[in-house]
Every structure is written in C-alpha cells, then in structure tokens.
Design a protein around this ligand. Structure first.
Ligand code: UT7
Length: 314
C-alpha cells in the first residue's frame, strides 16, 4: 500500500535578541519606511552566542513534543542549513546527539530552498519504505554571513529554526513535490569568498533575484496545481519562503490567490533562509489557522538558483 509522508508535529525557535528597523537606522543609511515599503520587514532576530545547532535543538524538541514521539523513535534526521556550525561534522549529527536520537543524520544545502529540498528527500524515504518517522529541520544563523555595513542585505536577514516531524501514513500527507536548480546564476546571489577558510559575506543583485523569484515561483505554483488536478481555490494556505512581501504578493497575484490565504511572518522574522517556511508553518499551526485536512502549498527559492514547492494535506 502506498505510504504518504504526513506532518504530525511542528516546532520553531527564535533567538531572543530583536533588531528593529529603527535599530538599523542608527548604523546604516536606511530607514524604517523604506525597509517596510520595499520588503515588509519590521524586525528580525539575531543570534549572540547561540549556534545553528542550538536553535535546531529547541525547534526539534518542540516538534517532537507536538508529534508525541521520543527522539529515539526517529529513523532519519535531515537538517537544511546554509550556516552549519562547523564544516564537519554535519550539524545534523550534533543535533542527533543533543536530542537523544540514534538514527542517521545529515545536512542538506540548498540555501533558502533547503527546507523544501529536505522535505522532498524525506518524502522519498517514507514513500519507499526506508523510514517511518523523519525529523526535517531548517536552522540558520544567516546573520553570520551578512556584512552588517551593507544596507542591501543587513536589512533582510534574520536567524531562527523550524522543524517538522513526518510520519508514514496510509491516507494522506505530501501530495506533490518538485525541486529545481539552475546553476547559471552564481553571481546573482552568492557568498563572496572563494575558499572555505576565507571570510565571506552574502552578495546579491536584488533586482535580478526579485524578478527570477517571482517568475520561477509562480510558474512552479501553476504547474503544481495542474499536475494535482487542482485550482488555486482548492488551496487553504500558501506558506511561502519569507524573503520579501513584494515577491510573495506578486506570486499570489499571478496565481490569483487572495493574500488572506497567505501565511506571513516576515514582518517579525525577516528572511531566515532555510528556516523561514517551517517557522511560518509552526506559527500558523499553533495559532490555529492551519487545521487538519487543509491543503497547503509551500514554496521557496534561493541561491543557485535552487527552488521548489510542496503540496501538502495537513
Ligand atoms: O531569499 C532569497 C534571496 N533574496 C531575495 O529574494 C531578495 C530579492 N530582492 C529584494 O528583496 C529587493 O530587490 C531588495 C529589497 C533587496 C531591494 O529592493 P528594490 O526595490 O529592488 O530596491 P533597489 O535595489 O532597486 O534600490 C532602490 C533604491 C536605490 O536608490 P536610487 O538608486 O533609486 O536612488 C537604492 O540605492 O533604494 C536604495 N536603497 C536603499 N535605501 C534605503 C537600497 N537599499 C536601501 C536601504 N535603505 N536599505
């Protein structure tokens, strides 16, 4: 019998330090009005001492608690991150140890699309019978890759973690998934260093990323709906990567999705890279917006470019 990968628990964690747009006005040539109007972001969380694993542990424990399972019942852990605490070992193995799991654990790197790539990988394991319970985490201390003197990026990014427990289910779960990459755009969005032992910061051609993001994400949403024999009206919620309110609004407009059906957290979280989708999902599950049976579309794009989407029955 076909198995589905069903979400049975969500969790998230934000580091306590809040950096508002007004805080940034003190050190950068920018202002709250510009940032809110151009991005939709009002504040973001930034780590002090915490590492990517620390954030992941908190989010994972919250997700395991909601799922009602112990860490030692997990068959696999996949951690999507662009900011591992060390080049090796994988931050996922540090997470495995700290939450008390014993299963295989690995990191996955697809920048802001990392969570969708990790969910799609977990889905394959579950549907093929290779795993019954999988922890999928997006955790980032992306502020470590941001030049805090560069106003084009320092206003955008924030730190945080989100986690999902997927379980093999006979009836429903992930209905459709698609991941894509196009490596021609290296210079549009990358870290500036060429060697791992050199210090690097995010460099981005914002306008170019913006246009490609709107185009690729709306095309992906349309083909996903077609392949599922569904229309926009069948969607209960869109949970997009939280990069820029104008990207999200433009995609929603192209696919004729009312903004009331879009989960938005970027005003308080900023762009948390691979963590943004599971963070937003957890917020909407815990505040009661997302309910059992809802049809969710999750979509994200990031450096590479890599992008992907999932259609999920919650
Ligand atoms: O997670 C996936 C990766 N990233 C993204 O998805 C980000 C995609 N891109 C964006 O979100 C937007 O392109 C940005 C928010 C980065 C920039 O917004 P924009 O509307 O594309 O602004 P722009 O770069 O075209 O700049 C417009 C103006 C310029 O001034 P002039 O030349 O018109 O006088 C900039 O110098 O705004 C100026 N500007 C700023 N002003 C105040 C640029 N950054 C700032 C700033 N504060 N922080």
């Amino acid at each position: 019998m076909k198995k589905f990968a069903r979400i049975i628990g969500t969790g998230s964690y934000l580091p306590p330090k809040v950096v508002t747009n007004h805080d940034l006005e003190k050190t950068l040539d920018t202002n709250d009005e510009w940032i809110v109007a151009r991005t939709g972001i009002s504040e973001r969380r930034i780590v002090e001492e915490e590492g990517t694993c620390d954030l992941a542990v908190e989010a994972s424990n919250n997700a395991l608690e909601m799922a009602g399972i112990d860490a030692n019942e997990l068959d696999l852990i996949i951690l999507a991150t662009t900011t591992p605490d060390k080049i090796f070992p994988a931050t996922a193995t540090m997470l495995q140890n700290q939450i008390g799991a014993t299963c295989p654990a690995f990191d996955l790197q697809a920048v802001c699309a990392g969570f969708v790539f990790a969910m799609t990988t977990a889905q394959q394991y579950i549907e093929n019978g290779g795993a019954k319970k999988v922890l999928v985490v997006g955790s980032e201390t992306i502020s470590r890759l941001v030049d805090q003197n560069d106003r084009s990026t320092a206003i955008l990014f924030g730190d945080g973690a989100g986690a999902i427990v997927l379980s093999a289910d006979d009836e429903t779960g992930i209905l459709h998934s698609k991941i894509c990459s196009d490596g021609r755009y290296l210079s549009s969005l990358q870290v500036s260093n060429n060697r791992i032992n050199e210090l690097g910061f995010i460099q981005m051609s914002g306008n170019e990323v913006f246009k490609i993001a709107v185009n690729r994400l709306s095309n992906l949403a349309e083909t996903t709906l077609q392949e599922c024999d569904m229309t926009t009206e069948d969607l209960t919620w869109m949970v997009p990567h939280q990069a820029n309110i104008r990207i999200i609004t433009a995609v929603a407009k192209r696919i004729k999705l009312p903004m009331e059906k879009v989960v938005l957290t970027l005003d308080k979280h900023g762009n948390t890279s691979a963590a943004s989708i599971p963070l937003a999902l957890d917020v909407a599950v815990r505040d009661g917006r997302i309910k059992k049976g809802d049809k969710l579309m999750l979509e994200g794009i990031g450096g590479g470019f890599s992008w992907g989407g999932l259609l999920v029955e919650y």
